[in-house]
Design a protein around this ligand. Sequence first.
Ligand SMILES: *Cc1c(COP(=O)(O)O)cnc(C)c1O
Length: 372
Amino acid sequence: MRARSWIEVSRSAIAANYDAVKRLVGPAVEVAPVVKADAYGHGALAVSRIAESRGARWLCVSNVAEGIALRESGSGARILVMADSLEASFRPMIDYRLTPVLHDLAEIRALDALGTPIGYHLKIDSGMGRLGTIASAPQIAQAVQSANYARLEGLMTHFASAADYVSSQTAEQSAEFERLCEELARLGVRPPMRHMSSTIAVAYGRREAWHSMVRPGHAIYGYVSPVRAKGAEPVPLLEVQPALGWKTRLLVVKDLPAGARIGYGAQFTTPKPMRIGVLAAGYADGIPHRLSNRGRVIAGGRFAPILGAVSMDVTTIDLTNAPQLRPGDPVTLLGRDGESSQDAREMARAAGTISYSLLCGISARVERVYAD
Ligand SMILES: *Cc1c(COP(=O)(O)O)cnc(C)c1O
């Protein structure tokens, strides 16, 4: 059966992106690829396998179910579960040898109460105001040191504004994290690992934030967002390439007369006779509804505007520049076709969203194909 819509993930691009991060941070820093949300739509099992074959010893996921899926697929890596510290998750963490990130001192006591030795990482809220403890160093030290089974392996934090070189928030968060780590060390709490960097802090060379491990997601998939800066723009030290292409097929090609209304709400009316194509993918596949009347795809190697509303299962495009195409022919949503290319950042920008959201939004009914 031929797919209506499919993504093609390049294994060699994922491998090259992982290698590029590894080269940049050097041998002393662990690279823990973030494969949450099915590896940002790229397929967590496939991406993990590639990363492990390149030497990755750690993987990061968001929740226990994601961790179990990796473990059951045969992953032997350490798996850090970054956002699932509800008590009900602790037993499966132990059973599947997952490593929880804890965000509250009560969680340390609850994990310890299970009576099974397990390592955990403690997240510090250094000023993002989201996950992580805001307890003082003496309080943290007391909770860490009174546990008998739960063992602190790492201290971590996360930056809220790493891409904003105008704001001082990252420097403030960094300083707060370092201050807390030093105070904890004086109190006898010296876990072997410390980590705080995701893609931006890696790519733009914030070396003081690399410590023993970095947690890149976006970079592994081939993206480094630009930063906001005043004056001299920092340049990324990391060169990566998008690993995912996305295609769909033309369902229908037809010629409409001038004045024809297209799609829900008649958001577009043909100003002249036009050849249109109806694509076999819509917002249920992950094409943002916000691309209605404003996005574009690549048909026959040339850009083709989206006409009218993106609907659930289909999207209508202007085929004026690709009159040779026929039903069944592939059309490119993301990737290169001939002289034209579009990546997730460009499509996301047109939709008023971010590349992360676009990639994660490519839905389960879009087939995944892997190429070397
Ligand atoms: C998602 C996530 C990352 C990865 O971020 P990227 O910008 O994709 O590199 C790193 N750390 C934490 C805590 C995350 O939630």
